[in-house]
Design a protein around this ligand. Structure first.
Ligand code: PEP
Ligand code: MG
Length: 583
């Protein structure tokens, strides 16, 4: 019987494949009650073997450390060995196995929770932070206990004949980066929101994805046939042949319509009435440029540089970053490339070890020391990146985009660091193209409410609607339970967007939108009607937006756009939006 699981549509397209249920070892742990005394002994033995395996692994890691490894790394591995040898971790779970007659995995989870609760109560912050070490150790022991039953990330995108549909509780942006070369056919996750970075990556990879599908990772069994309809936000598990056939037909039709769109690649982008519009591309890595060239973007409006820093333990050097930025600038052959400075934090986390700075964990990750705040607190990291971006400017037009700006001090400090980076390069005799325009993301409500603060100091603005909506409506963009409240058409959001576009026009400063809203064809005409001239979207969405622009006459939508902007009533907004799309 077909099981239909509904979630949030984040990346359209249709995929048909076999489910690969992927999980961390500590997620969805089997919980068994033991009946025979010999089972208790055998569980305790299994636990001892797992602990021994992890201790051996830690010893081997220490023995293989390269000579230039900072001493802290060795010390951390040693600390992990000591923690694991402590009876609280290495013995107490076995006591629980015996007392409660439960399997080793279950006992380990109970003991982890006990220990975490004890650590939470400790006042000393250093000791409290050892919580994370315990979690990592438990995960290692759990992996060893569960062995092959924990599915690793797939090495390739297919399982024999069929492609994989990856099903997981959650997939971090860093994991997604690892999966990008493995051509997985689709993603289905238990949690997540439409503008989480995992969703954004799925969209940029053009892979159908549905998130926020409650219990998908427990309800779907490994190897089951799955049809994912990304646009409808549905995953059909174990579908009938007739359903599969219907989806194969839909998939073929979609492929045809994509081919048809491809013909628009070289058509100049303007509205029917002749208003010239620019369509820029959003990228995460230089590898995305192939797709950007295929759709004929006018420039790169958002290079999310933080993705260069993921899935590695060290920070990329100035030269390494310079190579990445220059490769994008060279590929664009004279068209503008906008590099956003490091926007780390919230769901974009690093793997760095204790020897390297990283945004500290925060009780509220969206509001912590992230993004530009982290860069200003870590000038060495910031200056290294600024020098690399400035150096890339000799190969073509480059702009620097500052994320999460919320006050004048951040603007001034950032400009000071940019001036300092230029000076450092000049002292070394390295060439740069001067001036390099500097712009700010409008994504914190404070920035959108104090536009003169930005227009007086910045060369351009780019609206990050993903964060702006999150902060204006107080909706966590990665939390599926409040995803239904994530509303780009909320009057407060529309007012801030309209104010920003108007302020830019009055000050003679280009304004772009680079959040997911810019790639949503349902709002393209509304944004055109507000006067937006530059959209920055994923390459996979660019031709769809272009098609709408090419069919729009601004005079035909003017009145309805005015109605959307003047009302607070969602029903009236819906009516006016329908008039805009029918015009
Ligand atoms: C945004 O917030 O809209 C944006 C473009 O940046 P990011 O999605 O990387 O936070
Ligand atoms: Mg943002």
């Amino acid at each position: 019987m077909t099981l239909a699981l509904h979630g949030i549509s984040v990346s359209r397209g249709i995929a048909i494949g076999r489910a690969l249920v992927w999980g961390t070892a500590s997620h969805d742990v089997p919980r068994l009650t033991l009946r025979a005394p010999e089972d208790i002994v055998s569980e305790q033995k299994r636990f001892d073997v797992a602990v021994k395996e992890v201790l051996d692994e830690l010893d081997a890691l220490r023995a293989d450390l390269p000579a230039d490894t900072p001493a802290e790394v060795d010390a951390l591995l040693n600390l992990h060995s000591l923690i694991l040898r402590d009876p609280a971790l290495s013995e107490q779970p076995k006591v629980l196995v015996e007392q409660r007659k439960i399997n080793a995995e279950w006992a380990l989870i109970i003991q982890k929770e006990n220990l975490m609760a004890q650590f939470e109560a400790i006042e000393d912050s250093y000791l409290r932070e050892r919580n994370a070490d315990i979690q990592q150790l438990v995960e290692r022991v759990m992996k060893s206990l569960r062995g092959a039953s924990v599915c690793p990330l797939p090495e390739s995108g297919t399982s024999g004949e069929e492609p994989w549909v990856l099903v997981a509780h959650d997939i971090s942006p860093a994991d997604m980066m690892q999966l990008r070369d493995r051509s997985v056919a689709a993603f289905v996750t238990d949690v997540g929101g439409a503008t989480s970075h995992t969703a954004i990556l799925a969209r940029s990879l053009n892979i159908p994805a549905v998130v926020g599908v409650s219990h998908a990772s427990t309800m779907i069994r490994h190897g089951e046939l799955a049809v994912v309809d990304g646009k409808a936000g549905v995953a059909l598990i174990d579908p009938d042949d007739i359903v599969v056939e219907e989806y194969r037909r839909k998939k073929a039709l979609l492929a045809l319509s994509r081919q048809r769109l491809q013909r628009l690649k070289d058509t100049p982008i303007q509205t029917v009435c002749g208003s010239r519009i620019e369509l820029f591309a959003n990228i995460e890595l230089p590898e995305d440029m192939k797709q950007v060239m295929e759709v004929g973007a006018d420039g790169v409006g958002l290079f999310r540089s933080e993705f260069l820093f993921m899935n590695r333990k060290d920070w990329p050097s100035e030269d390494e970053q310079y190579e990445s930025y220059s490769s994008v600038v060279k590929a664009m052959k004279g068209k503008t490339v906008t590099v956003r400075t490091l926007d780390l934090g919230a769901d974009k986390t690093l793997q760095t070890d204790e020897a390297h700075a990283a945004p500290p964990p925060s009780t509220n990750t969206a509001l912590g020391l992230r993004s530009i705040r982290f860069c200003l607190a870590e000038p060495t990291i910031f200056l290294t990146q600024l020098r690399a971006i400035l150096r890339a400017s000799v190969h073509g037009p480059v702009r620097i985009l500052l994320p999460m700006i919320s006050n004048t001090r951040e603007i001034q400090q950032s400009l000071n660091y940019i001036a300092m980076a230029k000076q450092q390069l000049q002292l070394k005799g390295l060439a740069i193209e001067d001036p390099v325009p500097v712009g700010a993301m409008v994504e914190v409500p404070a920035a959108a409410l104090c536009l003169p603060m930005l227009t007086s100091r910045m060369d351009f603005l780019s609206v990050g609607t993903n964060d702006l909506i999150q902060y204006v409506l107080a909706i966590d963009r990665v939390d599926a339970s409040v995803a239904f409240m994530y509303d780009p058409l909320h009057p407060a959001v529309l007012r801030l967007l309209n104010d920003t576009i108007t302020a830019g026009r009055k000050a003679g400063i280009p304004v772009s939108i680079c959040g997911e809203m810019a790639g949503d064809v349902r709002v393209t005409r509304l944004l055109l009607g507000m006067g937006l001239k530059n959209f920055s979207v994923h390459a996979s969405q660019l031709l769809d937006v272009k098609e709408v622009v090419l069919k729009t006459t601004l005079a035909d939508i003017e009145k309805a756009v005015g109605r959307v902007l003047r009302t607070h009533d969602p029903a009236r907004i819906a009516i006016a939006m329908k008039q805009i799309s029918d015009a």
